[in-house]
Design a protein around this ligand. Sequence first.
Ligand SMILES: Nc1ncnc2c1ncn2[C@@H]1O[C@H](COP(=O)(O)OP(=O)(O)OP(=O)(O)O)[C@@H](O)[C@H]1O
Ligand SMILES: [Mg+2]
Length: 534
Amino acid sequence: MMGTVLEHFRSSAWFYLTPVLAACAPIGVLRTYFNQHLRRPVRRFLPFLDPFVTIDIAAKPEEYSFSYQGKVKSSDAYAEVLAYLSAVCSRDARELRAEGALEGHGFVLSLREGQVVADDFKGITISWSAVAEEKTTWRASGRCCRLTFHERHRRLVVDEYLPHVRRAGQEVMFGNRPRRLYSNKKELSYHSRRDEVWSYIDFDHPTTFDTLAMDPAKKQMIMDDLDDFSNSRDYYRRIGKAWKRGYLLHGPPGTGKSTMIAAMANYLNYDIYDIELTTLETNSDLRKLFIETTGKSIIVIEDIDCSLDLTGSRATMLPLPPFHDDAAEAGYDKSRGKRLNILTLSGLLNFIDGLWSAHSGERIIVFTTNHLDKLDPALIRRGRMDMHIEMSYCGFEAFKTLAGNYLEVDAHPLFGAVEELLRDVEMTPADVAECLMPSKRSARDADACLARLIDQLKERKAAAEDKESKTAEEDDVKDTANKEDKWETEKVPSKSKKDKSEVASKPTRRVMTNGAQSGASGVSVSSSTDDYLS
Ligand SMILES: Nc1ncnc2c1ncn2[C@@H]1O[C@H](COP(=O)(O)OP(=O)(O)OP(=O)(O)O)[C@@H](O)[C@H]1O
Ligand SMILES: [Mg+2]
């Protein structure tokens, strides 16, 4: 019987193929088998034979939490590793699994169990494999990424490679979702979670630096500054400064301050956190908001001069919402006889560059204002607001950008007239853009739009000249009146010697106004000098 089986085997193709297959067995299969089944026993009994170290990063069931969208979210580190490995896997692995990313519309590719991929980092090779975590009495088995490396690379892997994996994973996760525009919610409590503090919508603003109308040299300087900032992580660490930068955008309404923020966000691919200060009550509200921001973000406070009373000293208390009673308005809690913690200028300064500002990741802080002069110098000093950017009226270069955006023209016979008029007339880019907006979107009638703009500019120029001449006339009238006043004043003492001596004895009490208000004499005095007049 046995002989017949052997005979049969010897005559089949398997007899010849088996040794060939064995010789060609992929090394990866053997390595996987070794990793999964033999490594631990070998290491336990013969540690000197196995110089490799393994680290498991698991999606532990106990670390699962329900996000507010009702989706299951695994531990951050595991999700970050999966995101990091996604690129390596799609390049090298043969057996993959794809799962919808927790955020955005993309997929995350990961290894199927038993698969191994290699990753190179600073000249060493690290292998990653997907394994099923062992089942324990208190925990069901879960999925796990296993990292294997040589013992002699332990420090490099732990100190540098793993943080690199997390950082790169976070970047991949961040890049896989659309940018967001966050705004703060009104009611905050100390225990509010991130989603209770901020609400967001997808940020899909089409503005870029290409479409932003401003002086090209200034624009380039801002872009270079942003590039410099976003690539300077190590520099900020070395000089011992929190990785953040403040920009103050100031200028009249309609000159593109908000548009500039959108362009910055699109340029850097950052999220925007828009803080409405008037809804906050205390400094800790502000801190809470700040803690819940993430890296790669632009934190914006628009119209800071209108948001709060920031003109006073650092101790200035800011306006309180109407539901506060008088005691609270005065800064006291009646029931406890204690001072309330109210949003103050110093709270805002701490938010910008106190200890709390050294929260991980890079952040840009942008304030906008129409009235630079209304702000406390402490708030906008260099170092806090590193760059002051003036957004001003439309110049010819800015106009050319708008003409390109709206009319798709780089040159036109009417450009000369526009250039000349823009030299004399102050018109905001918003107003110029309005003129360049064709009445029919389908027909970009450049001639008509430019003619409309020229008419508008001429009208404004005429109005400005009119105003100027009126002001000049008024000034002339004032000058004449002042001269008359002076003459009248000089005449008063000559009326009588007694008057002269009395006037001289009460010099500080005499008030001079212009003739129109002061009656025939042109002199008015405070009540204490009435006697003198009578
Ligand atoms: N520099 C600019 N480049 C391109 N478009 C601009 C520019 N300035 C203004 N605009 C256009 O005008 C509109 C209003 O501009 P924006 O809201 O940015 O002005 P602002 O300076 O923020 O005004 P405010 O001080 O009133 O907030 C924008 O939607 C944009 O279409
Ligand atoms: Mg604005």
